[in-house]
Write a protein that binds this ligand. Structure first.
Ligand code: NAD
Length: 504
């Protein structure tokens, strides 16, 4: 038997419809690996167009009931969901580690950031308050209300199998929509676990559906007239496709794409602190974070000091299976992805970069998709390792002579997700915040993921659409506003008037 052949213990996963598991009908499925062992552990069904259509019918019926459910009751369900998530976070973290590979503590971190979004959505009665203007004309009042869109869908990436679904579904459901989640087929079980918790929290049947799938299911979502809006998080080429296809079909779309996050280190920075931050942000979760630091821009004489400080820290990193206590970094998501990441180290070397630490030299037992961490110096635009999103444990160092040169590098990059500046100079940090063309900026903070009561989103090729994810912009995305102009006249004063209504 080869390492990738199914074993008799391979589990068959299901979709989730009407608050219960539902077997796949299409006859198509995909393998789900345990990246730490390289073994197939489950088969996930891939939904057909007909299955998406059946799901939309269920969701459409449920949305009518859910939108009429009181705000107090909706927020009670979300509160209960939050309690269950907190109580069962360890189980969920184990599911994440088993399918994604990230270490248990990192999985718990992802869940904690997801729970923040659920906590934000608990306040939905306050978030949906409209405006009211009395006496805009004699006896006339105007007020605005926020109403749900109906059926909305979310399509999520492999790298945060719990947090990104929570970014979307907490607000979408609290706003009164029915939500259809199409999680990554690489690590689909976390979505099923979330669905079960929502059922236990009292969410009515049909309000949340989980359908697994690949391009066929995604296209069926994008083309279905019964789905009003699509939230997407994933790579840039797919984000662009989702945005273009969804909007062409008249849907509201927010599509978050890939990233190449630069950390600018000025010569006055605390080099030890900057090195700690760079190592943590580049290699955490094996670099498979959309907010990972993948490029370190070392200004002036900070370069040599940073390289040696980072090099010093690397041997202490503990890499191994995510379910072993003490490990800090797990495997990559698939064998193909691991090999692709390793290919960038080879190409950087050929294109003139200096391989200071070569992750390909690290040795691991078994058939897991492991790769050691790499540090590349003298990287330049035009090299594949700089131009592409590697999405692996590879940190590229680019040397810059000045702040202006570093800033120009960041601003001319096609992506604009996250960035950070490390300095002791408050004036320089403030100037950077003003100048930089990136959506999320850290000042001595390497991974500046906004808290749940702000919103998350990059600029340029990191986001298609005009609405960021979660927080106030999430609530706006999942609702449409209605403005009511109201008069309760005395019938005795009523008369025909063909003139255009005026306010004075
Ligand atoms: P991906 O684009 O391959 O997949 C994302 C989703 O799209 C999955 O559900 C997948 O099934 C679906 N999909 C894949 N190929 C498709 C196709 N041809 N047609 C239609 N649907 C398709 O991304 P991934 O590899 O799962 O995740 C990693 C990427 O996501 C990285 O680029 C990372 O930067 C990005 N990401 C971005 C953010 C952000 O907030 N900007 C957050 C997390 C991840």
């Amino acid at each position: 038997m080869t390492a990738t052949a199914p074993t008799p213990t391979v589990q068959t996963l299901t979709h989730w419809l009407n608050n219960a598991p539902a077997a796949g009908q299409s006859g198509r499925s995909a393998p789900v690996y345990n990246p730490a062992t390289g073994q197939i552990q489950a088969q996930v069904p891939l939904a057909s167009t007909a299955e998406i259509d059946a799901t939309v019918q269920i969701a459409t019926a449920a949305a009518k009931i859910w939108r009429a459910t009181s705000l107090g009751k909706r927020s009670e369900v979300i509160f209960k969901f939050r309690e269950l998530l907190v109580a069962r976070k360890d189980e969920l973290a184990r599911i994440i580690t088993r399918e994604h590979g990230k270490v248990h503590s990192d999985a718990l971190g992802e869940i904690a950031r997801g729970i923040e979004n659920v906590e934000y959505a608990c306040g939905i009665p306050n978030l949906l308050k409209g405006g009211y203007s009395e006496q805009v004309s004699t006896g006339v009042d105007v007020y605005s209300i926020q109403q749900p869109l109906g059926v909305v869908a979310g399509i999520t990436p492999f790298n945060f199998p719990a947090m990104v679904p929570l970014w979307m579904l907490a607000n979408a459901l609290a706003c009164g929509n029915a939500f259809i989640l199409k999680p990554s087929e690489k690590d689909p079980s976390s979505a099923l676990f979330l669905a079960e918790l929502l059922k236990d929290a009292g969410l009515p049947d049909g309000v949340l559906s989980v359908v697994h799938g690949d391009k066929e299911a995604v296209d069926a979502i994008l083309n279905h007239p019964g789905i009003a809006a699509v939230s997407f998080v994933g790579s840039t080429p797919i984000a662009r496709y989702i945005y273009e296809t969804g909007t062409k079909n008249g849907k509201r779309v927010q599509a978050l794409g890939g990233a190449k996050n630069h950390m600018l280190v000025l010569p006055d920075a605390d080099i030890g602190m900057a090195a700690d931050a760079a190592v943590s942000a580049a290699y955490g979760s094996a670099g498979e974070r959309c907010m990972a630091i993948s490029v370190l821009v070392a200004v002036g004489d900070s370069g040599d000091r940073l390289i040696s400080a980072i090099q010093e820290r690397i041997p202490a990193l503990k890499i191994g299976p995510g379910d072993v206590t003490g490990n800090e970094m797990g495997p990559l998501i698939t064998r193909e992805h691991r090999d692709k990441v390793a290919g960038y180290i080879a190409s950087a070397e050929q294109q003139g970069a200096t391989v200071v630490v070569d992750g390909r030299e690290a040795q691991f037992d078994g058939d897991g998709f492991f790769l050691g961490v790499s540090l590349l110096d003298n990287v330049k635009p035009g090299m594949a390792a700089y131009d592409d999103e590697i999405f692996g444990p590879v940190l590229c160092v680019v040397r810059a002579d000045s702040y202006a040169e570093g800033l120009e590098l960041i601003n001319s990059n096609e992506f604009g997700n996250g960035t950070a500046i490390f300095t002791r100079d408050g004036g320089a940090a403030r100037q950077f915040q003003f100048d930089v063309e990136v959506g999320m900026v850290g000042v001595n903070v390497p991974i500046p993921v906004p808290v749940a009561y702000y919103s998350f989103g990059g600029w340029k090729a990191s986001l298609f659409g005009d609405t960021h994810m979660y927080g106030p912009e999430g609530v706006k995305f999942y609702t449409r506003s209605k403005v009511i102009t109201s008069r309760w006249p005395d019938p005795a004063s009523s008369k025909v008037d063909l003139g255009f209504p005026q306010n004075r």
